[in-house]
Design a protein around this ligand. Structure first.
Ligand code: AP5
Length: 245
């Protein structure tokens, strides 16, 4: 899928885009939309789930600690995730903006992020300040039954990270990535019993972020039930609106 050229002419315009947060339940489409936004605006997608899975695969100290929790559908402790995120946000490719996918996920993480962004703005010129402005938060609202179907059908490419769905967005050749032909894989935490726990963690620990951000005037809700292209159009128009203000 290609991003629409009517919204943003090209990555070459190299504008500074303030931080974007994608908020939504497991399977809501955060990763799918984050990749499209990243590709269009030329800013990095920072997925805490992907970063943690990379640590698990490499067997780091963080990965070993996170693995057991992730396999049970529980959240990894705030401090561990924040320490991982701060390292990533200090990499040079974040200086034009970034998309946070799956972070923050608790109110303490959101408070930490606000303090981090405020500190980063200090002493920066206007362009630097814009890259670390208060984030725009796009909430993907998706019906519960759709979430279950999306998670049950999800497969992804272990090489390029492209996300598919055997029911809703199948690859051209069954089980193979359209881009590089790699064999698609499922995620260990997409088992039904684990998904139940992930949804519980979302309701109890992440949903309070809706109030946190809407009370600060930063939340824009998008109808995530719609097809990918339509969700993308709504998300892009929210980003363009906020960046024009
Ligand atoms: P993480 O990897 O972040 O998982 P998640 O939040 O549960 O989200 P998912 O990746 O399952 O879904 P998604 O919203 O990205 O949907 P996708 O685009 O893939 O976290 C995993 C674990 O890591 C957590 O459980 C926790 O343990 C830990 N963790 C991570 N961050 C943490 C943090 N900040 N603090 C503490 N712990 C943390 O789409 C799903 C499917 O639907 C795909 O098949 C896709 O093709 C399809 N699809 C998407 N959009 C559409 C659409 N509009 N129409 C039709 N199909 C669609």
């Amino acid at each position: 899928m290609t991003a629409p050229t009517t919204v943003v002419s090209s990555v070459a315009d190299a504008r500074i885009v303030g931080p974007i947060i994608l908020l939504g339940a497991p399977g809501a489409g955060k990763g799918t939309q984050a990749k499209l936004i990243a590709c269009t605006y030329g800013i990095p997608q920072i997925s805490t789930g992907d970063l943690l899975r990379d640590n698990v695969a490499r067997g780091t100290e963080l990965g070993v600690a996170a693995k057991a929790l992730m396999n049970k559908g529980e959240l990894v402790p705030d401090q561990m995730v924040q320490d991982m995120v701060i390292g990533r946000l200090h990499e040079p490719d974040c200086s034009r903006g970034f998309i946070l996918d799956g972070f923050p996920r608790t109110v303490p993480q959101a408070e930490w992020l606000d303090k981090f962004l405020e500190k980063e703005r200090e002493g920066k010129d206007a362009a630097g300040k814009a890259a670390y402005a208060a984030p725009v938060v796009i909430q993907l609202q998706v019906d519960y039954n759709l979430i279950l179907q999306r998670i049950a059908g999800r497969r992804s490419c272990p090489t390029c990270g492209r996300i598919y769905n055997v029911y809703l967005q199948p690859p051209k050749v069954e089980g193979k990535c359209d881009v590089d032909g790699a064999t698609l894989v499922g995620r260990p935490d997409d088992r039904e019993d684990v998904v139940k726990e992930r949804l519980k963690a979302y309701e109890q620990q992440t949903l309070p972020l809706v109030d946190y951000y809407s009370s600060r005037g930063r939340l824009i809700a998008v109808d995530g039930d719609l097809p990918v292209e339509e969700v993308m159009r709504q998300a892009f128009s929210a980003i363009e609106h906020v960046n024009r203000l």
